[in-house]
Design a protein around this ligand. Structure first.
Ligand code: FAD
Ligand code: SAM
Length: 696
């Protein structure tokens, strides 16, 4: 997906107060009122109350979020309905979103005002991302795509029950009523999906018919013109990609039918059963337990005596986004992840008293000058509440120390105690998540429709229809050939007594560059982290020295020899060869390598990750690398959605970028190219160890 700068709406007000777009010359809603239109055209038009009744999940997709009136009306109606679906997902695409200030200044119907206030409070920075905002303890999820509908619609991964088409008038805003848009809707439509729109234009009706919808006119009401309703009635059922056709959806059961924890506890055996067994209680595993809590029950198995003692066991670490020329997948992934991390960390600090701060972060820039930094931001129209380019003087003011280079300032970034964050996630999962410590998982066994999770003796620890490997590298003992190119990287952090540093050199916020320094935490300044490809668990004096030198450089201190690192911590992080995490459903071909006796169904296509067949109910979050604090929450939300078959909070090409199948696809394409060169038959599956091919 090619990202485009997000330019805020230009909204003016008509004499009677009706908001109007200065760009399109059209009004956002009829003069009769936004709420009245939302109820009459969209809520009634799609028969929401009757259709979401008693369901586990209901998914709405809207074109044109505008001022959010339709979302607010839907949320209010859902709240007021005792027989509402357990979860409501509302996906909306908006090219020119209002700023937070605009949103807060819109006059609202009294019934919507409190919800509108909450929406304005939670409004994200205007970046080209799919922003996830959870309301009502996660029961309501708003997925907001900022950008043009023709770029975003093909990127949405969801099964939609009801469409709201709410562009401006087709004559003024043809892009919102294009035939390709209706075709893209058909790809997303659930079997009984419906469409509602206020427009009765011929182009709309013909477009919907052409995409497989049965179309009818309905009276507009209150003396208004006709509106359009449609129902999905395709001549053939579109095939879903194997990645989406949920490998198993153990927790997508209808409301009330979800079994309570534990599902079944065989007497005497000590084995447990759950919807999802999570292997590993680091940031990834705990974030997943939290993300699944809104949907079902999980059991976390951890080999250590406590949670977050592995890579996630540092005293503190930082999180922030990135800026890359071209805004490719890395930049988009880390931006989405960092924005989600900011929300998660704020929540952990506010609710659970976890140590940390979302007060911003500076990344010193020595490669390019300020003018180039600014032009990079201008080209992408990245907003100042995501990142800004500061000269050394402005950076020094923010940092509270003398900074000698320009810097990127990420105002929604900061630092946190990862152990506290992991604990807070697990606590928030509450009774939905069980935890077993000192539980070393050695292997998996496929029995019927379940996975048995076994210890080193082959004894069954737990049984579940789904297992998520959140154990750092996604491998289990005796897996044979590593199924993906993930490497273990040693890292050392150093602790320096803050009182040994000049008070004028103590930063107010994290400073990153070559390495990083955190502001003093309980009298200690943490600096790091080194990287090496060995697994020496001991603190190394030369690494302490390197961290001290980095600290001196970042804080502008001339005499590093006077500073002593007293303690430190050694940990490891797992990194993939393309520096992106591995998140998603495990391909059947890889499961066959990992699990003895598992017979994989043949895969029809390997050329793109989304077409690769999956092992039922086997998932992974691995290789969070040196950005696990920043990316655990996002990775967990992606995986929870995949497990539950819910709309994905990431666009399709980001799912490709982190998909565990990407290594197979890469290998396949390379083999195909080699075969083509050697004139051999195309279409054969890739062969041989995948990890070896990538130099892991
Ligand atoms: C020195 C250092 C500094 C870092 N600094 C930062 C930073 O500033 N910002 C940032 O974003 N990231 C940072 N990171 C990276 C971040 O800490 C990691 O990416 C993150 O902790 C990985 O989380 P995880 O849950 O995937 O892995 P882990 O935290 O390692 O959790 C995996 C868990 O699985 C358990 N486990 C493994 N195998 C089994 C098994 N077979 N059965 C049962 N349990 C098992 C392990 O005991 C462990 O508890 C740093 C990492 C290091 C090492
Ligand atoms: C009628 S308003 C939507 C009102 C909104 N549904 C509400 O409840 O407040 C139409 C919206 O479509 C947006 N829009 C127009 N063209 C677009 C495009 N190509 N892609 C995405 N959004 C677009 C406009 O910016 C505008 O906000």
């Amino acid at each position: 997906m090619k990202t485009a700068p997000v330019v805020p709406a230009r909204i003016v007000s008509d004499d009677d107060g009706t908001p109007r777009s200065a760009d399109y010359g059209d009004i956002y809603h009829p003069r009769s009122g936004a709420l009245a239109q939302a109820r009459r055209v969209f809520l009634d038009g799609d028969a929401l109350a009757a259709r979401w009744r008693d369901r586990a999940r209901f998914v709405v997709l809207e074109t044109g979020f505008g001022l959010g009136n339709n979302f607010l009306a839907t949320w209010a109606a859902w709240r007021a309905d005792p027989r509402r679906s357990r979860q409501l997902h509302f996906i909306s695409i908006e090219q020119a979103p209002p700023t937070r200030a605009m949103l807060a200044s819109i006059g609202r119907d009294a019934a919507l005002a409190p919800l509108a206030d909450e929406l304005a409070r939670r409004w994200p920075p205007l970046t080209c991302n799919l922003h996830r905002i959870a309301f009502d303890e996660g029961a309501v999820e708003l997925l907001l795509a900022f950008g043009a509908v023709d770029s975003w619609l093909p990127q949405i991964v969801a099964e939609v029950d009801a469409f709201f088409l709410d562009g401006f008038a087709p004559a003024r805003n043809p892009a919102m009523w294009d035939a390709r848009l209706f075709k893209a809707m058909a790809r997303l439509a659930a079997a009984d999906a419906t469409v509602a729109t206020w427009s009765a234009a011929r182009v709309v009706r013909d477009g919907l018919r052409g995409a497989g919808f049965e179309v009818e006119k309905a009276p507009g009401g209150a003396g208004k013109r006709d509106i359009t309703r449609a129902r999905f009635a395709p001549r053939f059922t579109p095939r879903r990609s194997p990645r989406v056709a949920a490998p198993t959806s153990p927790i997508a059961a209808p409301a009330g039918s979800a079994p309570t924890w534990p599902v079944a506890e065989p007497a005497g055996s000590g084995a447990a059963a759950a919807h999802v067994v999570i292997v590993g209680a680091g940031l990834a595993g705990c974030a997943l337990a939290r993300a699944l809590a809104e949907r079902g029950r999980s059991l976390v198995l951890e080999r250590n005596a406590d949670i977050a003692e592995g890579g996630s066991g540092n005293r503190a670490g930082l999180f922030h986004g990135v800026v890359h020329r071209g805004d490719g997948r890395h930049a988009r992934f880390h931006r989405a992840a960092a924005l989600m991390a900011a929300t998660a960390v704020r929540e952990a600090i506010g609710r659970d008293g976890v140590q940390g701060d979302v007060g911003g972060l500076l990344r010193l820039e020595s490669g390019i000058g300020l003018a180039e930094m600014k032009s990079l931001l201008d080209a992408q129209a990245l907003p100042a509440d995501y990142v800004e380019a500061l000269d050394a003087a402005a950076a020094s003011t923010i940092a509270g120390i003398a900074v000698s280079t320009p810097a990127w300032h990420y105002p929604n970034a900061g630092w946190v105690d990862p152990r506290g964050l992991a604990r807070s996630w697990l606590d928030r999962a509450g009774a939905s998540a069980g935890l077993r410590l000192r539980c070393d998982v050695a292997s998996l066994r496929r029995v019927g429709a379940n996975w048995q999770v076994c210890d080193g003796e082959g004894a069954v620890i737990a049984t579940a229809p789904a297992v998520a490997l959140c154990n750092g590298d996604g491998l289990l003992g005796g897996a044979g050939n590593a199924p993906w190119p993930i490497r273990r990287q040693r890292g050392q952090l150093s602790a320096i007594d803050a009182s040994s540093l000049p008070p004028t050199a103590l930063p107010r916020l994290p400073i990153a560059g070559v390495g990083y320094v955190l502001p003093p935490i309980d009298g200690t300044v943490w600096s790091g982290a080194t990287s090496s490809w060995d697994d020496d668990p001991a603190l190394r004096p030369e690494d302490q020295q390197r961290n001290v030198e980095r600290l001196a450089m970042l804080l502008g201190l001339r005499s590093p020899s006077l500073i002593a690192a007293l303690q430190g911590r050694v940990g490891c992080r797992f990194t993939s060869d393309d520096r992106l995490p591995v998140v998603g459903a495990i391909p059947a071909a890889i499961a066959a390598e990992m699990v003895s006796g598992f017979a994989a169904a043949p895969t029809a296509r390997f050329d793109q990750p989304r077409f690769v067949a999956r092992a039922p109910g086997l998932f992974v979050i691995a290789a969070l690398g040196s950005r696990g604090i920043a990316s655990a929450a996002f990775g967990a939300q992606l995986l929870a959605a995949a497990i539950a078959g819910a709309p994905s909070p990431a666009e399709a090409d980001l799912l490709d970028a982190v998909d565990p199948a990407r290594f197979l696809s890469r290998r396949f394409r390379r083999d195909e190219a080699a075969r083509a060169r050697a004139s051999v038959l195309p279409g054969q599956p890739p062969v041989g160890p995948i990890a070896g091919s990538a130099g892991a």
